[in-house]
Design a protein around this ligand. Structure first.
Ligand SMILES: Nc1ncnc2c1ncn2[C@@H]1O[C@H](COP(=O)(O)OP(=O)(O)OP(=O)(O)O)[C@@H](O)[C@H]1O
Ligand SMILES: [Mg+2]
Length: 491
């Protein structure tokens, strides 16, 4: 502006004005052009810088994709590969192919994928991303499949159509292998634990059986010993009793004859006759001898029962009278059934059916009767103790039935049409041929009116060492052994 003002001082007025306008316009034009040229240069420089940055960023991006440990594929909707990286090529084994072809693809459970369920197909069908799908593909180098975790994301057009699919693949084969190895080892451990628990159970059962067998064997031995010791003197008495009776009857006969032929004895004889009450003696002596005979017979019977009970030496199966086994056991338990002090006696109510001789291990069957009947007596004793503790109820025993005293019911049943009533009558020892067509079983039910059992106790009844009794009173083996004897040996 300073330069334009200087020119204006030296020129005439009209010319000066026009010239001035022209000069001014030219100057403005030159100035405009100069500014435009500067701006254009700047624009070009910025453009080139931007392109450089873009190229750099593209280079970085491609390098990043190439170096990624995760496989990346950019696919067209017909699965042509637009972009792939090293990891994708290596993981999928698609070296030369232009189109993604996976062959047989397995699901996580090992069954093949149906084509429409593959993640890329699902993206096409739903236009939604599909993430975290495990696929297994066959690998040329190994027998086992390669496991990949696949994410597939759609790139949508303005119209919402899938233009491209971005897929990523992570190799999870080591994790899968570790998982299946873990599962395998877990299964092995579980199997080992099961085997151990079975072995432990077996061991417990064997131990239980040994303890109980030992217990019963000792009892059997004791009973057999006592029976044997009593047997000899009793037989001795029993055998001589017949002679004693005969001699006594002869002597009494002789005295009778003397009295007939010598009706007036000397005063000494007279005195002795009165002292010994001869008339009473003559009447009483035969009765006394008879009762002695009955008594010794009873003892012989008991000895026989004791011997029968202790049949532990009998290892093989035998045809036996079950009722005899029960009666013998009751005899052994007799002292526990009797009334002692204030305690009422335990009533045993028998309802025996017509049972055939049963083929069984007699010693073991007696052991079962012993265990069950002992439990019944224990339960009744426990009920009695409880009642006695409750002083106000002492007079009224509340046994679990209409009977107001302790009872054990024993019932036996056999309802077979094949059973011959004749055999029940003559009680002959049957031969095995008699049983050829008879396959049914007998029922022996033993009940007591003690306090009974809760459902929880009933559940554990046959478990070895399960007992509700105090230490020293119960070992919890009785029913476990009985179960074994009935189910395993006679089932
Ligand atoms: N008649 C019964 N009434 C009530 N409870 C019973 C009867 N029989 C068995 N039980 C219950 O079942 C448990 C297990 O009986 P089991 O005969 O196996 O062992 P135990 O009698 O306790 O001991 P053990 O017979 O070895 O001396 C008993 O402790 C008791 O609780
Ligand atoms: Mg018991």
């Amino acid at each position: 502006m300073h330069f334009i003002a200087m020119l204006a001082f030296n020129l005439p007025q009209p010319v000066t004005y026009n010239l001035l306008i022209t000069l001014l316009s030219a100057n403005l034009l030159i100035l405009g052009l100069t500014i435009l040229s500067v701006l254009f240069d700047q624009y070009l420089a910025a453009q080139s810088a931007r392109e450089e940055i873009l190229q750099e960023s593209d280079k970085h991006f491609r390098m990043l994709i190439r170096e990624m440990p995760v496989g990346v594929l950019l696919l067209t909707p017909d699965f042509k590969i637009i972009v792939s990286n090293q990891a994708a090529i290596a993981l999928l084994g698609i070296t030369d192919s232009q189109v993604l072809e996976l062959g047989l693809v397995l699901q996580e459970d090992g069954t093949p994928f149906t084509p429409e369920n593959l993640p890329m197909q699902q993206v096409l069908a739903t236009c939604q991303p599909v993430h975290h799908v495990t696929i297994g593909i066959n690998c040329a180098l190994s027998q086992t499949p390669r496991w990949l975790l696949v994410n597939a994301d759609p790139q949508l057009s303005a119209e919402g159509m899938v233009e491209r699919i971005v897929c990523t693949f992570s190799n999870i084969t080591p994790a899968k292998q570790a998982e299946s190895a873990l599962r395998l080892s877990e299964a092995r451990e579980r199997e080992k634990a099961t085997q151990l628990s079975v072995a432990l159970q077996k061991l417990k059962k064997t131990q239980a059986k040994l303890v109980q067998t030992e217990k019963m064997f000792s009892l059997g031995q004791l009973v057999a010993g006592v029976a044997h010791e009593i047997n000899n003197p009793v037989n001795f008495i029993y055998g001589n009793l017949t002679y004693v009776s005969e001699y006594a009857s002869n002597l009494l006969e002789l005295v009778h004859l003397y009295q007939q032929h010598y009706p007036y004895p000397t005063p000494d004889i007279q005195q002795q006759t009165e002292a010994i009450e001869l008339d009473f003696l003559k009447q009483d002596l035969p009765k006394l001898l008879e009762s002695m005979k009955i008594g010794t017979e009873r003892i012989r019977q008991i000895v026989l029962s004791l011997k029968n009970f202790s049949r532990y030496d009998e290892a093989e199966m035998k045809l036996v009278d079950i009722h005899q086994g029960i009666d013998n056991t009751l005899l052994i338990l007799g002292h526990r059934l009797k009334a002692i002090g204030d305690n009422t006696r335990i009533e045993v109510i028998k309802d025996y059916g017509d049972l055939p001789f049963v083929e069984c291990y007699p010693g073991q069957i007696n052991q079962v009767f012993m265990n069950i009947l002992s439990n019944g007596i224990d339960a009744l004793e426990e009920a009695r103790t409880k009642e006695q503790k409750t002083a106000e109820k002492k007079a009224q025993l509340s046994y679990q039935s209409d009977r107001q005293f302790p009872c054990i019911w024993i019932r036996t049943l056999w309802n077979s049409d094949l059973y011959s009533p004749q055999r029940a009558i003559d009680k002959r020892q049957p031969s095995p041929a008699d049983y050829e067509n008879e396959t049914d079983s007998i029922l022996i039910s033993i009940a007591d009116n003690g306090s009974g059992m809760t459902a929880a106790i009933r559940k554990q009844l046959f478990d070895p060492f399960f007992t509700t009794k105090s230490v020293g009173k119960g070992t919890g083996l009785g029913l476990a052994i009985s179960y074994q004897i009935i189910v395993e040996k006679h089932g």
